[in-house]
Design a protein around this ligand. Structure first.
Ligand SMILES: CC(C)(COP(=O)(O)OP(=O)(O)OC[C@H]1O[C@@H](n2cnc3c(N)ncnc32)[C@H](O)[C@@H]1OP(=O)(O)O)[C@@H](O)C(=O)NCCC(=O)NCCS
Length: 132
């Protein structure tokens, strides 16, 4: 599943970090769970900005790992809100990888995409209406 030259990241840049040796699995690649946690953080930032309240992750509707992530990769999370419901909202998220040695600093490729769903909650942890 290679990134085509026409493909561009979806939405705005939300988070950038470096994949480290502590984040690897038994194969020496980066854990899918670590990538999911980065996406969850990125999505929660957008969800909080939109709702102006606390949010919790209620589900991940779809996640696809398209290319392995390696130690030393610059992991860039992009995303945008695709749906605002009564108390919930969906954020489409993508991980794009930059790596000087692999593709050069002017190139990047899509490693993962996902749809995260969040619910706005009040101080008691109960869903509350999102005003649009
Ligand atoms: C998320 C939570 C607050 C929802 O509470 P609830 O009383 O079940 O809420 P409701 O059934 O009224 O649903 C609230 C909204 O969530 C949506 N929702 C519920 N389950 C969903 C699912 N599996 N996927 C997507 N949306 C879902 C509902 O459609 C509703 O959206 P809407 O108001 O925009 O129409 C509650 O289940 C909870 O606290 N879960 C734990 C969250 C958490 O700890 N996350 C971190 C896990 S690591």
């Amino acid at each position: 599943m290679q990134t085509t030259p026409e493909q561009k990241p979806r939405g705005e840049i939300l988070l950038r970090t470096l994949a480290m040796p502590a984040d690897t699995n038994g194969n020496g690649d980066i854990f899918g769970g670590w990538i999911m946690s980065q996406l969850d953080l990125a999505g929660a930032i957008v969800a909080q900005e939109i709702t102006g309240s606390r949010v919790v992750t209620v589900s991940v509707s779809n996640i696809t790992f398209k290319a392995p992530v390696s130690v030393g990769d610059i992991v860039c999370c992009y995303g945008e809100c695709t749906r605002i419901g009564n108390t919930s909202l969906s954020i489409a998220l993508e991980v794009w990888i930059k790596n000087r040695a692999k593709v050069g600093m002017n190139q990047h490729y899509l490693a993962c995409d996902a749809l995260f769903n969040y619910v706005a909650i009040d101080d008691n942890g109960k869903p509350h209406h999102i005003s649009k």
